[in-house]
Design a protein around this ligand. Structure first.
Ligand code: MOS
Length: 724
């Protein structure tokens, strides 16, 4: 059995008698104070084990073989030369792979049929005694494929586009209020523009990787996942095991950005391979393999139509989004959903259409929907401001809705206007009295060879919550163990959960040990959708409060020798919450410059001001906002996955060709947040901050580039070609 020891937290209780100090400590609140990451030291010293780092005696290694056609069938797989290679233990392909029970995700039905639905799909797996032997063996597997004509290019006039019933996160595909065409006809100022965003890949530092082994009929895996509960339930379904016979451990995860939000083929393949060879198996996909197998953000084409009266009030908002999915499953990016609540207007229409192409399956990527959608909407608002000669900050403020403009339900809290005002002043857009001091004229500011401009965009992200369970235990020596199956994907999740637990227990954080990242703890939701802290924190708070009550009620305030433990589940509270529109909001400001000599675009300055409920930990929160904005900047200027239309292959399949922002690309990023109190969220009052930072950044950059140059870029990333 592999060691799955839980890491004790670094800090120990202060010297002295905890029982006496508790009274004065009770006034100390942990939530809201800066707290360093619990696992920081382990990470920077290399002691934090990731999915394939766990030492497993007798481990074998797996290497995948991928299809080379975008559509077709596997005619035959010749494994003889591979099997003759030194160290090769076995080769799996659809002719000999065990049958899996369907769980509704065709992407996970690996090696179950001869069909090839996209280039790069796994068609065989070689298992060997070393990674080198497995790789050499993979080169010797002869896969005969019968390729057919493939269709891999998203077009706005693609004949196979259709409107799905729902889009990602369960939103309806279409919403309509009033008559957009009539609103546009009545408008004094109009915008009708089409925006394009490219395919993007997540490029987390840790690749999708799994260590799997079988033990007395039970399956144990270490998986780099954002959702070990979902992975364990899925594996139980696929392998027809009782749920308690599968354990998924994800103590440390090297980033995910959505690509690890659910099980991916690697975890299924590793489990199959381990069963085949009767040994533990480690499978780490390479960077190149990830580009086909681990999901990506779909390219989008979005048409936005806006019409405003002479006073700048919007009369119509139309947002039509088109995206792609694979032939295997329907994933529809919810790009137009944010346009349903950002601004007031009497006439509104949002639509989503999708086309199934012979391409890899897209998936959630940081702020799915809001990220590409905000590029379109917030660019269009800027275009409207230019066309109507309105200040872009003012225009947004003037179209602030009082309630959700389509659902007519109240906002739990909404401070977009305050974010815009605070940001404008901090940025120097307005003076201290709120007067606009920015010169709106484009292409008039020069700094040597550079044209300089400023832009603004709004940000938003839903404040979601999902049921979770947590366990709280008190020991007789005044220690508390709190367990929740959160995934810490680099966000600081375990650190903020310990803070939340400490406050709910009314003790300093040093008395609390927190354990995350193990499906055996009990079900908890994904580290995704910016809902981790809200969802896990709620379960932790409930468990800790119940524990305190029980110690008081049943034990007179003294923890008995054997300790006391309480398990909590938040299903009912979350189900019974009153209806509100719950979102975080923010405003992002950018200064960009463009070289008149080369067309090079540089970002000089980014400022984000956010209203996202209570901020649990200023250190990790700041890091989340800056990380999101950095990724937004990266998307604005650099990121683009290029698909070869002849082969269906992402040719930008490594970090040399797929450019992400590096330190030299990233300017001073300033982050601030409002102290937002919202009683309609969860016991902690948090909204979630993992994704809002990436929302609006690209529009702020594009709007600044327009202000600098007069050139309106509607096609990301912004590159030299558009500056000519
Ligand atoms: Mo995030 S794309 O919901 O992991």
């Amino acid at each position: 059995m592999t060691s799955t020891q839980r890491q004790p937290t670094q800090s120990q209780p202060a010297q002295g008698q905890p029982t006496q100090s508790r009274v004065q400590d009770a006034a100390q609140r942990s939530v809201g104070t800066a707290s360093p990451r619990i696992e920081a030291w382990d990470k920077v010293t290399g002691r934090a084990p990731y999915a394939v780092d766990h030492p497993v005696p007798g481990a074998a290694y797996a290497w995948v073989v991928q299809s080379t056609v975008a559509r077709g069938v596997v005619v035959d797989v010749d494994t003889s030369r591979a099997l003759a290679e030194d160290g090769v233990l076995g080769v799996l392909w659809h002719g000999n792979a065990q049958r899996l029970e369907s769980v509704g995700d065709p992407e996970l039905m690996v090696l179950q049929s001869a069909r090839i639905a996209y280039r790069g799909q796994v068609v065989a797996v070689v298992v060997a005694t070393s990674p080198e032997a497995a790789r050499a063996g993979a080169d010797l597997v002869r896969v005969r494929e019968d390729g057919m004509t493939s269709d891999t290019v998203l077009r706005i006039d693609h004949p196979a586009l259709y409107q799905p019933v729902q889009v990602n996160a369960g939103y309806p595909a279409r919403s309509a209020i009033g008559d957009v065409d009539a609103g546009l006809a009545a408008a004094a100022v109009r915008v009708d523009a089409t925006y394009r965003t490219p395919a993007e890949h997540h490029c987390a530092m840790e690749p999708h990787a799994t260590t799997a082994f079988w033990e007395r009929g039970c399956l144990v895996v270490f998986d780099g996942t954002q959702a070990s509960t979902a992975v364990s339930e899925t594996l139980a379904g696929l392998f027809e095991l009782p749920p308690q016979s599968v354990r998924v451990i994800n103590e440390h995860v090297g980033g995910g950005f959505g690509s690890k939000g659910g099980p991916k083929p690697n975890v299924v393949l590793a489990a199959m391979a381990a069963r085949l060879v009767g040994r533990p198996v480690k499978l780490a996909l390479t960077r190149q393999q990830l580009f086909a197998v681990a999901g990506y953000r779909t390219p989008t084409i979005q048409r936005v139509r806006l019409g405003a009266a002479t006073n700048g009030r919007l009369l119509a908002i139309g947002h039509d989004a088109v995206s792609q999915t694979s032939q295997l499953s329907e994933f529809v990016e919810q790009s137009a959903v944010l346009s349903r609540h950002m601004y007031a207007a009497p006439n509104r229409l949002t639509t989503h259409r999708v086309v199934a192409l012979d391409v890899p399956t897209p998936v959630w990527m940081r702020a799915p929907g809001e990220c590409p959608g905000s590029f379109a909407l917030e660019s269009a608002i800027d275009e409207l401001a230019s066309a109507g000669n309105w200040d872009p900050v003012r225009l947004r403020i003037d179209n602030e809705p009082a309630v959700h403009p389509e659902e007519q339900i109240p906002f739990s809290s909404r401070h977009l206007v305050q974010c815009l005002q605070e940001g404008a002043e901090r940025f120097g857009w307005t003076d201290a009295s709120g007067r606009v001091v920015r010169d709106p004229r484009p292409a008039v500011r020069r700094d040597g060879e550079w044209l300089v401009g400023t832009g603004v965009a709004a940000s938003t992200y839903p404040s979601l919550t999902w049921p979770s369970t947590a366990l709280a235990r008190a020991t007789a020596d005044q220690r508390f163990d709190v367990e929740v199956n959160a995934a810490d994907i680099g966000t600081g999740a375990r650190t903020v959960l310990r803070q939340i637990a400490a406050d709910a227990l009314d003790v300093p954080i040093a008395y609390v040990e927190i354990t995350v990242g193990d499906s055996a703890i009990g079900p908890a939701t994904v580290a995704g959708g910016s809902m981790g802290t809200a969802s896990w924190g709620w379960a932790v708070t409930k468990a800790c409060r119940l524990l305190r009550e029980r110690i008081e009620r049943d034990h007179g305030g003294r923890v008995p020798t054997g300790g006391v433990a309480v398990r909590a589940d938040t299903t009912l509270e979350i189900r019974d919450r009153p209806e509100f529109s719950r979102h975080a909001y923010g405003a992002q400001f950018c200064q960009a410059r463009v070289s008149t000599m080369t067309g090079e675009v540089r970002v000089d300055r980014l400022l984000g001001v956010f209203a996202a409920g209570r901020i649990v930990n200023p250190t990790t929160a700041r890091s989340q906002f800056i990380g999101g904005m950095t990724m937004g900047l990266s998307g604005a200027l650099l990121e683009r996955s290029v698909l070869d239309s002849r082969t269906g292959d992402f040719v930008t399949g490594d970090l040399a060709a797929y450019h992400v922002a590096v330190s030299a690309d990233v300017p001073r990023i300033e982050v601030a947040w409002l102290d937002e109190q919202d009683p309609h969220l969860n016991p902690m009052g948090v909204k979630g901050i993992g994704e809002i930072g990436i929302v609006g950044t690209a529009a702020a950059v594009a709007n600044a580039v327009h202000h600098a140059t007069g050139i309106r870029v509607r096609d990301l990333p912004i590159g030299l070609a558009q500056m000519i």
